[in-house]
Design a protein around this ligand. Structure first.
Ligand SMILES: Cc1cc2nc3c(=O)[nH]c(=O)nc-3n(C[C@H](O)[C@H](O)[C@H](O)COP(=O)(O)OP(=O)(O)OC[C@H]3O[C@@H](n4cnc5c(N)ncnc54)[C@H](O)[C@@H]3O)c2cc1C
Ligand code: SF4
Length: 338
């Protein structure tokens, strides 16, 4: 590991001043991703600014009936928070599908959004990787790309975003609260992560001098008809090959509001408004779900090892929507694939 300085921020303003003063400094929250990346020599910050003691660890109700989740709320606390379990069980379920109990205890809400891809070549500094070293090439396109993306890829990068939590947040229309040198701003979750294009080194639209302060959830939580279905090589402690967050509002067997977000298939949690529109007003039938899956996967493209994901995703979408409609959400605790 390279040498680095360490300091602790006392409040948000102090954190912003410290990061403004050092172009290669990084915030550290739980450290479960950043420290790994430093060990692999992928990230080499000159300074770690410890934000883990900032007062951003509360879950609070908003006046509009939603929730404001502080950026430092640990993933475990969020998943088991009574209001989250009651009103946003999709979010709870997605978080519990990720990592391990120990990691979830350390991992923070803000850090989860900013965790970096698990593309094998990104971690291997002996290989070309445009995300790690812009302009060096992409080893995954013609390499071992089993875990890589099938949607929204570019010539420069076919990496996926690895988070489970973010897939549920995307389906729930969450908003990301940010503080920076120019004040505060809010970005919709759908616009927070980026597609790779020709700048795959940029995962998100967060400026390096900004800090995430909170995530806001709207009042509607879809607590009756939802599921987070995660398909992976092992039944626990593994990243998603394909995951689907499905949430429906139903009225006498007709879908009135549909949300569908996919993980493991793109550089960002993948939503397709056209597929959601294709579900709205429709009866709950296998054909309805298959049509929506076709819309989601119309532009999908495989790269060899990962081509199986196209058919897998189609089946996972149909199964997730069926579970959501039936009110039989996937259990994350017994890991049984229903
Ligand atoms: C073995 C292993 C298995 C895992 N499996 C899964 C899985 O199955 N599913 C899944 O979703 N995740 C998984 N994870 C990832 C884990 O969820 C993330 O590492 C974790 O959420 C990151 O949070 P953190 O607080 O530790 O972030 P850190 O490592 O502290 O930070 C990550 C990045 O975010 C930045 N940052 C952190 N907080 C802020 C903030 N408030 N504002 C601005 N920048 C900030 C840091 O500078 C850094 O760049 C796994 C991790 C490991 C090590
Ligand atoms: S897919 Fe992206 S992260 Fe993976 S090697 Fe190619 S450029 Fe790097």
């Amino acid at each position: 590991m390279n040498n680095f300085q360490y300091s602790r921020a006392t409040d948000v303003a102090d954190a912003l001043n410290q990061i403004a003063a050092d172009a290669s400094a990084k915030f550290i929250a739980g450290g479960t991703n950043l420290v790994d990346l430093m060990k692999y020599d992928v990230e080499h910050p000159s300074r770690l600014i410890d934000i883990s003691h900032l007062p951003l660890a509360k879950v609070e109700e908003t006046t509009g009936g939603g929730l404001r989740i502080g950026a430092l709320v640990p993933n475990s606390d969020l998943a088991w928070h009574p209001l989250v379990m009651e009103r946003y069980p999709l979010l709870s379920s997605a978080i519990l599908a990720g990592a391990s109990g120990q990691l979830r205890n350390m991992a923070s809400t803000g850090g989860n959004l900013l965790q970096r891809t698990r593309c094998f070549y990104f971690y291997d500094v002996a290989t070309p990787c445009n995300k790690r070293e812009p302009g060096s090439g992409c080893s995954a396109k013609d390499g071992i790309n089993r875990i890589n993306a099938i949607l929204g890829t570019s010539d420069a990068c076919i990496a996926t975003h690895p988070s489970d939590m973010c897939v549920a947040l995307a389906a729930l229309d969450a908003k990301v609260h940010i503080a920076g040198p120019n004040g505060e701003r809010i970005i919709a979750m759908a616009d927070f992560h980026r597609l790779p294009g020709d700048t795959p080194q940029r995962d998100t639209n967060l400026d390096p001098k900004e800090i995430i302060t909170a995530i806001e959830l709207p009042a509607q939580g879809f607590n009756k008809h939802y599921t987070y279905l995660k398909i992976r090589d092992r039944l626990s402690y593994a990243f998603a090959l394909v995951s689907v967050a499905a949430a429906l509002k139903m009225d006498n067997g007709t879908i009135r509001d549909a949300r569908l977000a996919l993980g493991g298939v793109a550089h960002k949690p993948w939503r397709n408004p056209e597929a959601e529109a294709a579900l709205n007003g429709q009866p709950v039938t296998p054909d309805t779900f298959a049509r929506a899956a076709d819309v989601v996967l119309r532009e999908a493209k495989g790269f060899g090892h990962n081509t199986f994901k196209i058919d897998l995703a189609r089946r996972v979408i149909v199964r997730a929507l069926t579970q959501a409609a039936n009110g039989t959400p996937q259990s994350q605790s017994d890991k049984t694939i229903a």
